[in-house]
Design a protein around this ligand. Structure first.
Ligand code: SIN
Ligand code: CO
Length: 381
């Protein structure tokens, strides 16, 4: 298990002083850090079609990027390239454990665990991200430069590489295994590998207003909601037929705000939207479907594990009414099992002793049986 040592500050002080405000290098945030996956295993994953990966390197002084799956790396030589793999948490149980120490930030804010392998001189170039990232250095050493936020000129160094013009550094450091560099959105940064190295980035991203509204529109269409029309039986004659007058503007705007004021609709949308997987899941349905009776038995001896990358959320009021959200869908259950459902949403691993009250509960074993047979949860060996 990875244990986070913020050393000079508490988690509360980190959130108060740095989160979304300024970058910070946390030396030895992970003590005795060992890569949870080897470079060879990572290279193998990037050969799989379901895994999102990319290679970044320079050829004749020009930045190049290629998307996986890859069938080999020999053509790249010994230096100046890096391989980036997204959503390692979906593919490696050991690597997914690196996210656990960051659970003091809620899971709905999480994007993924991104991994990068780089040879000496390898880099993805100077750039600005729109998300908060904890870049955890694994084996090897990288030099990281981070600039201040502000006006920075971005340009396309390649059709898929948005880079930033040279910037002055406010952090310029060599980082080694176990060091963690936190960078909020908007701060330019560049990491260059000084030897063969690995890094693991725990990223947190929010959704833009336009994407939220677009998601809301899809939700309304899929669920046949929001079909009300404006009703105006009290209408008075107008002088200027080309004008949308103040009263009518308010009437139309109210149509929008009424929907946004409907917490049943908005909560259902937010629950489903936030629970959508960010990257393809490696679903693991049991070979033979289990029955609720099998499940109640196994729950007494084996931990229940949530699939890497699976998103499962609840609202504290509606969970008590038997509602939660898993992998983009709303699920309903008997309200009396709400405490057990919260355990599943709050923890990646739930141990038998946490479920002693629940393993014989029919509604719970039925619920978890469906989840296990769908491949969303599984039993630890
Ligand atoms: C990298 O690890 O190479 C890139 C990570 C980042 O800049 O966000
Ligand atoms: Co970055």
């Amino acid at each position: 298990m990875f244990e986070l040592h913020l050393s000079e500050f508490t988690r509360e002080e980190f959130l108060r002083d740095y989160w979304q405000k300024k970058p910070v290098l946390i030396r030895q945030g992970f003590k005795n850090f060992v890569d949870p996956i080897s470079a060879d295993e990572l290279a193998g994953l990037a050969m799989e079609a379901e895994v999102e990966s990319r290679l970044v390197y320079k050829k004749d002084g020009q930045w190049q990027a290629q998307f996986g799956p890859f069938d080999g790396y020999d053509h790249l030589g010994e230096e100046d390239w890096s391989l980036v793999v997204q959503a390692l948490d979906n593919w490696s149980e050991d690597a997914a454990k690196m996210i656990e120490p960051f659970r003091f930030i809620p899971h709905w804010r999480l994007d993924d665990l991104m991994t990068s392998f780089a040879t000496k001189g390898g880099s993805v170039g100077p750039h600005i991200d729109k998300y908060d990232v904890f870049i955890c250095q694994g084996s090897g050493t990288r030099r990281w430069r981070v600039g201040d936020s502000g006006d920075h000129q971005e340009f396309s160094a390649h059709e898929v590489l948005l880079h930033v013009k040279p910037f002055d550094a406010i952090i310029d450091a060599e980082v080694n295994a176990g060091d963690i560099l936190y960078i909020p959105p908007g701060f330019p940064h560049e990491g260059v590998s000084l030897n063969t190295s690995m890094s693991f980035s725990v990223g947190f991203r929010t959704t833009s207003t336009v994407n939220l509204f677009s998601g809301l529109a899809d939700h309304l269409i899929d669920n046949e909601l929001g079909e009300e029309l404006i009703e105006d039986p009290e209408r008075k004659a107008v002088e200027h037929s080309g004008e949308i007058n103040q009263d009518d503007y308010q009437l139309i705007k109210q149509q929008l705000t009424q929907l946004l004021d409907n917490d049943d609709v908005v909560k259902q949308f937010i629950g489903c939207y936030m629970a959508k997987a960010k990257h393809e899941l490696d679903l693991m349905p049991a070979d033979e479907p289990l029955t609720p009776a099998d499940i109640s038995e196994i729950l007494t001896t084996n931990s229940l594990m949530r699939l890497g990358g699976l998103r499962a959320f609840y609202f504290n009021d509606t969970v008590e009414q038997g509602i939660c959200y898993i992998d983009g869908n709303e699920y309903n259950f008997a309200a009396n099992i709400a405490p057990a459902i919260k355990l599943l949403c709050d923890n990646v691993e739930v141990q038998p002793k946490q479920l002693t009250k629940w393993h014989k509960n029919e509604a719970f074993s039925q619920f978890i049986c469906e989840q296990i047979n769908a491949g969303y949860w599984y039993f630890a060996e």
